[in-house]
Design a protein around this ligand. Structure first.
Ligand code: SF4
Ligand code: MG
Length: 451
């Protein structure tokens, strides 16, 4: 998912609309904006893309100088309008809205505790728990209750919580998801990625630190911590696939890391070939990096229909397969008679690769060598990227690269090593890693509360 917020700006909802638009790649199922004029909320949520959910008319109704917004792809709770965020509540001090990117690993347990205490839930999302915890907190007011409950939730959360007059921004203690702050004059802007700060012409201020909260209100900015900060485990999959290439996360350009992933991949798994082709759009930077390192020309051998969305984040397997078919076609001019290196950023379920190797062969390729700019995904993600069960993961169905290559119809298949991934995405390899690589390695940075 993607979150965006604006504090202290007369066009708060408009800016949020543009911010969400720039974060659309992080979720395409639903979108929503809540604005406050200091006394009351106006909000609108709907299923679909930001441009489908909002019209000029609707935005004009969202008056106020603060707003938060959300684009969703479901990893916890179904894809339903009632689960669309920001969630909006009436509580003892008035209106309350919550926008959350991430996934709470202790949601089931906390939900149970809250239900025992008498809470009734209106959604199936983990996010609703946060509102109940605030409402039931022993601390009297929002500005004390909201920071206080952050120790009760575990997992990943880039979180925006708003009342009529205050906004709380918080990031989980591991910094699993990105969250950046910007400024437009006196106004504060917060976004899942810096590409959304650029979209509204905000100046980058800084990243929110793991375990940090900020409270914005008429008295200014208050900051505090609910956890120590040395535990950074930023999701490495943000660099591999999820984030937009023009974003900068924790000081690192996503685009240059993706190119580096491709370069390291070319060093680790060289191959004689005539042309390097990317699976657009997400693997283009890695393919360019591969091409530069290998000295094999990069060509646009696959064309993506710009009106098709991201196939992975379709919620069902049928939809994902259909989406791949609508999405890509091969360019015969480039492919025919050639030995093709096909670069993709990841294999999760194997849906994409199988279909694309087929496309490339039908276009007359002599050989197809698939190179993946991340290691094998062998473990589910519990932190908000949709890789749900071990059984569904392609890398678990087959033991070796060779068998996997055969299964997708490639002449050869090779993955980046975990060391190669860390070399590109981590900053201080000498010390402990500051990146989560759990879906590749199985070493999760939090408790999982699975019993
Ligand atoms: Fe990211 Fe993988 Fe960790 Fe999930 S398990 S947060 S996808 S690195
Ligand atoms: Mg792709």
């Amino acid at each position: 998912c993607g979150v965006f917020g604006v504090f202290n700006h007369p066009q708060a909802a408009d800016l949020t609309y543009y911010g969400l638009h720039a974060l659309q790649h992080r979720g395409q199922e639903s979108a929503g904006i809540v604005a406050s004029n200091g006394k009351t909320f106006k909000h609108h949520r709907g299923m679909g893309l930001v441009t489908q959910v909002f019209t000029r008319n609707i935005l004009d109704g969202l008056k106020g100088n603060m707003a938060i917004g959300h684009v969703r792809y479901s990893t916890s709770g179904e894809s339903l309008l009632q689960n669309a965020q920001p969630l909006v509540f009436k509580y003892i001090e008035g209106d309350l809205a919550v926008a959350h990117n991430g996934n709470l690993v202790n949601a089931r347990i906390e939900r149970n505790v809250l239900q025992q205490q008498g809470s009734i839930f209106q959604t199936t999302t983990d996010t609703e728990i946060i509102a109940h915890l605030i409402a039931r907190s022993k601390k009297k007011h929002f500005d004390e209750a909201a920071p206080d409950i952050l120790t009760r939730i575990d997992g990943s959360f880039a979180l925006l919580i708003m009342t009529e007059k205050q906004m709380l921004i918080a990031l989980d203690r591991h910094g699993l998801r990105p969250l950046s702050l910007g400024k437009i004059g006196e106004a504060i802007v917060v976004a899942s990625e810096t590409c959304a700060l650029n979209a509204v012409d905000a100046k980058f201020w800084r990243d929110v630190e793991p375990g940090e909260w900020l409270l914005l209100d008429e008295n200014g900015i208050q900051t505090g911590r609910f956890a120590q900060k040395e535990e950074l485990s930023l999701c490495s999959f943000e660099f591999v696939y999820f984030a937009r290439p023009d974003s900068v996360i924790q000081g690192r350009s996503v685009l240059s890391i993706r190119k580096e992933l491709g370069q390291i991949l070319a060093k680790e798994h060289p191959i004689q070939a005539d042309v390097v082709v990317a699976v657009p759009d997400s693997s283009i930077p890695a393919a360019i990096g591969f091409s530069q390192q290998a000295g094999i020309p990069y060509e646009m051998g696959l064309i993506k229909n710009p009106y098709a969305g991201r196939s992975f984040i379709e919620p069902t397997q049928e939809l994902r397969e259909l989406a791949v078919r609508l999405k890509l076609s091969a360019v015969q001019e480039i492919i025919e008679g050639k030995r093709v290196v096909l670069v993709d950023d990841s294999i999760v379920r194997g849906t994409t690769s199988k279909r694309i190797v087929q496309l490339i062969r039908q276009a007359g390729a002599k050989e197809v060598h698939v190179r993946i700019s991340s290691p094998m995904v062998r473990n589910p993600c519990f932190y908000g990227i949709d890789m749900p069960t071990k059984e569904e993961l392609f890398a678990n169905a087959l033991e070796h690269e060779q068998a996997m290559g055969q299964a997708i119809g490639a002449d050869t298949l090779a993955f980046l090593s975990t060391e190669g991934l860390l070399e590109a995405v981590d900053v201080n390899l000498a010390e402990t890693s500051t990146r989560c690589i759990a879906c590749f390695s199985g070493a999760y940075p939090t408790k999982l509360y699975l019993e």
